[in-house]
Write a protein that binds this ligand. Structure first.
Ligand code: ADP
Ligand code: GLC
Length: 469
């Protein structure tokens, strides 16, 4: 089968979150199953500088809009048998942030990702050729099925659309979106229209042949108003072509036995290296290594439960250390000031893959009290590195973490999105540490298998169903 993925980010070239992880590891797993796989993404600033193996193909493509004609250079590289294709355009993709600057989205995101989606379809038509499945990801690529079906009649492929996060929908004024010269038929209630504006994600749901999200539990949750972000009704309407497939983790990319960025390597046969990692990180950040260490590597947002954590840590001293790596808006930063001077808390702002790996390797526990979580890659990485997950029971966290209270339990799970439930969970963790019950749990987590094998097969089975094979 020939599969083309279209995405706004892909590891290791561009990444702000789990979307990028998935768009490397899923294609590689599909390639290993014998498929021909392409991944199309933007060539952001610095990618060429950091990855010398990416080469200009000598070809270009153009997208015509009312704001001008945009030219895209076509660059490629091959990794693990997957062809990664990058579209370059100085004005659209070389601004610094991918989606915005200083906490505000770019006003012309409709143009950046609308033009990108059209250019990606040009690539399929003129550069790639025979394609069975075009698999689009999140709102940034959500116009692809709509534009493909109304402008690219000769592309004879089926369209898949995966929602990695329903909270981000790409909503713009029609005046702007129509400048992309899309078929006006798409502006109706059954497609783009959303409270008088144009909703890219909604168009993806409407026009794709099949829609997935990234865990079975989230697929059920988003059909309810509490999790639906205004699209629960529309998803219910399309639920006959909607399913949840759990993300996996690439165990070659994330492996404490070979990870070059951590202080000492270790594996489940000998975890002593995990303890030296902790000692070295604590030393670096001037933390008492005898206390339990909780790690957190994430966006500082409501989704990730950062405000619950701030309130819990502001009210209580748990006899534990906490290290946070991530970034958030002005509001999150100002709230974090409440706890950032406490002797047992370290907050590091920014995106830093090296430090993130050190934190996963060094932490006894990994905090993920999400308000909602489509799947979550961080808890999977944490488990792989032997950090016991402390999570709220929502979305993909329900599907990947079982509370130690059950026979096959390996993490700490709490139900309600409240400060008191989170405090109880942290206290349970600290007590387990004090009672020296942690080592068997570390091993249990390291031995868990959330590889892509099963999920990649599930995707291909669904592709076959849609293609009627
Ligand atoms: P998200 O909702 O942010 O996509 P996931 O758990 O699915 O959450 O994936 C987050 C991914 O991004 C993980 O690979 C995590 O290690 C990485 N990540 C998040 N924040 C940072 C950061 N500040 N520095 C380095 N890596 C980060
Ligand atoms: C989104 C979700 C996260 C998921 C990731 C990859 O960013 O917030 O839960 O793991 O996409 O699918």
């Amino acid at each position: 089968m020939n599969i083309v993925h279209i995405t706004s980010e892909v590891y290791p070239f561009s990444k702000t979150g789990g979307l990028a992880d998935v768009l490397y590891s899923l294609p590689v797993a599909q390639r290993k199953m014998g498929n021909k796989v392409y991944v199309i993404s933007p060539l952001y600033k610095n990618i060429l500088k950091n990855f010398e193996d990416i080469k200009f193909s000598g070809r270009k493509t153009w997208v015509d809009t009312e704001l001008g004609i945009y030219e895209f250079g076509i660059f490629t590289t091959v990794k693990e048998g997957v062809t990664f294709i990058f579209l370059s355009n100085l004005f659209l993709f070389e601004r610094g942030g991918y989606y915005g600057k200083d906490g505000a989205d770019y006003e012309d995101n409709f143009l950046i990702f609308g033009a990108f989606s059209k250019a990606a379809l040009n690539l399929v038509k003129y550069f790639i050729g025979k394609t069975d499945i075009i698999h689009c990801h999140d709102w940034q690529a959500a116009l692809v099925p709509a534009v493909g079906k109304t402008e690219f009649y000769d592309i004879n492929a089926k369209y898949f659309f995966t929602i990695h996060n329903l909270a981000f929908q790409g909503i713009f004024d029609f005046d702007n979106v129509l400048k992309l010269k899309i078929d006006p038929w798409l502006c109706g209630l059954e497609c783009l229209e959303f409270y008088g504006r144009a909703n890219f994600l909604k168009a993806g749901i409407a026009m794709a042949d099949f829609v997935t999200t990234v865990s079975p539990t989230y697929a059920k949750e988003v059909l309810r108003p509490e999790y639906g972000f205004g699209l629960d009704g529309f998803l219910n309407k399309h639920k006959g072509k909607f399913a949840g497939i759990l993300n996996g983790l690439d165990y070659n990319v994330w492996n404490p036995a070979t990870d070059k960025f951590i202080f000492d390597n270790y594996d489940e046969k000998n975890i002593s290296g995990k303890f030296t990692n902790k000692a070295k990180l604590c030393n670096l950040y001037n933390l008492d290594e005898r206390l339990p260490l909780f790690g957190f590597v994430s966006r500082f947002t409501e989704q990730k439960g950062i405000y619950l954590i701030i309130d819990a840590l502001n009210e209580t001293y748990f006899g534990a250390n906490f290290i946070f790596l991530g970034d958030g808006d002005i509001f999150a930063r100002s709230r974090l000031k409440l706890i950032e001077n406490k002797p047992n808390i370290r907050i590091v702002y920014g995106y830093n893959e090296t430090l993130s790996r050190k934190i996963y390797a060094s932490s006894d526990f990994y905090l993920m009290p999400s308000r909602f979580e489509p799947c979550g890659i961080s808890q999977l990485i944490a488990m792989r590195y032997g950090a016991v997950p402390v999570v709220r029971s929502t979305g993909g966290l329900v599907d990947t973490v079982v509370d130690v209270g059950s026979d096959n339990g390996h993490g700490i799970v709490f139900d309600n999105y409240t400060v008191s439930d989170l405090k109880n969970a942290i206290n349970r963790a600290v007590n387990m540490y004090i009672e020296k019950k942690l080592e068997p749990l570390i091993l249990k987590n390291m031995k868990k298998n959330y590889s892509w094998v099963k999920s990649a097969q599930e995707y291909v089975k669904l592709y076959e169903k849609v293609l009627n094979i």
